[in-house]
Design a protein around this ligand. Sequence first.
Ligand SMILES: NC(=O)c1ccc[n+]([C@@H]2O[C@H](COP(=O)([O-])OP(=O)(O)OC[C@H]3O[C@@H](n4cnc5c(N)ncnc54)[C@H](OP(=O)(O)O)[C@@H]3O)[C@@H](O)[C@H]2O)c1
Length: 296
Amino acid sequence: MAEASFAFFLLFLLPIGLLAVLFFLVRPRPVKIPIKNRHVFITGGSSGIGLALAHRAAAEGARVSILARSLDKLEEARNAIRLATGIEVAVFSADVRDFDAVKRAVDEAGPVDVLLLNHGVFYALELEKMELSEVKFTMDVNLMGTLNLIKAALPAMKNRKDPLPASIALVSSQAGQVAFTENKRKPELTKIIASSSGSMKAEEVAQKALDGIKCGSFIVSCNFEGIALSVATAGLTPQRSFLMAFVEVVAAGILRIVALCMQWSWYGSIEKYHSQRKMERPPLRKTLSRIGGPGE
Ligand SMILES: NC(=O)c1ccc[n+]([C@@H]2O[C@H](COP(=O)([O-])OP(=O)(O)OC[C@H]3O[C@@H](n4cnc5c(N)ncnc54)[C@H](OP(=O)(O)O)[C@@H]3O)[C@@H](O)[C@H]2O)c1
């Protein structure tokens, strides 16, 4: 009898109690961010995911502005969107590293309702093979470029007359989890570790990203690995949905075990890779004898 009561408590009362607590606890509250007839400003909107986002947003009735450096690519993007949707998007040529140019573009475009920071560069090299100038360039575009845009757009975003909520969304990478670029530029080890993940089309990523932004989600994951990763790393991340908060609480321990299994598999691949490379290399004594070194 006592065992049955304990099982009932464990299987029904505890989860229901937890759900009730989370229902009152989770903050911020759910929100909807409509994009129809609203201004969506997309950086890096002339190609890849940014262009797919611009297509989607225009097709859903948003007023779309896209920003990138090459005016030719921007014009091409504008024509492609016009052909597909009949809608005219505004284009702005600026380098995100240049605050003054970014500010001019944002001021000209007018107050933004949804700022979608999608620009990004990526050197597919191990750090030790990268020049420091390349590291700095990456930081300048990806980090400083993002801060430049937010600093330029935020004052007007805050002073909008529109009472509907605004949003700032940052596109980043779960590198290797949602990669859809070709594999040949990636370092060998990254390819091995990433090979277990599926690939996605830019249009699919754009659709999921836009849906997530409209629901006001703090993290928008595009595939199962992404969802698992965001649940596993939830930590202090804001969560609007009490159901997702429930999943995060319940799954935390299990996902840690899954993560440890993944690490085990990755480290196995790394060890195998290095031992294969060791076997391919000529033995040290032979190398030394070829260059006439000591020991022969
Ligand atoms: N592709 C993937 O597998 C993947 C995976 C995960 C995450 N992501 C992320 O998704 C985002 C888009 O990736 P993507 O592959 O679609 O990119 P992409 O096709 O290479 O397009 C990059 C866009 O950013 C613009 N851009 C680059 N540098 C800029 C600068 N300094 N100032 C202004 N605009 C600049 C480019 O236009 P201009 O060159 O004309 O400036 C282009 O419009 C990136 O943030 C990336 O990190 C991509």
